[in-house]
Design a binder for this molecule. Structure first.
Ligand code: CU
Length: 165
């Protein structure tokens, strides 16, 4: 009994110390398999947060991520971030993000991401943030973002780009 609880304590500690975005949850919707949905803790007062996930299309026709929503944010957009003449810029993908059949699209810091706008409250590490994503074919898909610690790899232009408007 005693050694068992020691093992449990060890595993729990190891999990807590492991800061990389690890997500065991797998969400299936039609031909799509969504894994590793995560976000980052936000500093108090922050009004935006990124959302990251991996989408695999196991079907034979393309699908498209067209939008999302969640109680935590006033608005959820799909953004693309890219280097433009040496400057990190980002823009909303008005037509959504296509996932070609047989392909895996990764939304990650520095690339495609969900943008949670008008945050109602800060995201805290360890929280799960429920979101509903909307795909052209697969329809509405409920999932939750695992909130990780405030990472140093936060895209540089993020707050600046959004504060300007
Ligand atoms: Cu963005």
């Amino acid at each position: 009994m005693n050694s068992f609880s020691n093992i449990v304590a060890c595993v729990t500690l190891a999990t807590a110390l492991f800061t990389a975005p690890v997500q065991a949850q797998e969400v299936r919707a039609g031909d799509l398999v969504i894994t590793q949905a995560w976000s980052r803790a936000t500093p108090g007062g922050a009004k935006i947060a990124g959302g990251y996930l991996t989408i695999e299309n196991k079907g034979t026709s393309p699908d498209r991520l067209v939008g999302g929503s969640g109680d935590v944010a006033g608005k959820v957009e799909i953004h693309e971030m890219a280097m433009n003449n040496g400057v990190m810029t980002m823009r909303p993908l008005d037509k959504g993000l296509t996932i070609e059949p047989g392909k895996t699209v990764k939304l990650a810091p520095g690339g495609y991401h969900l943008m949670l706008m008008d945050l109602k409250n800060p995201l805290k590490q360890g929280e799960k943030v429920p979101l509903t994503l909307e795909f052209e074919k697969a329809g509405k898909v409920a999932l939750s973002l695992d909130v990780q610690g405030v990472g140093a790899q936060a895209p540089a232009d993020h707050s600046g780009g959004h504060m300007k408007k």
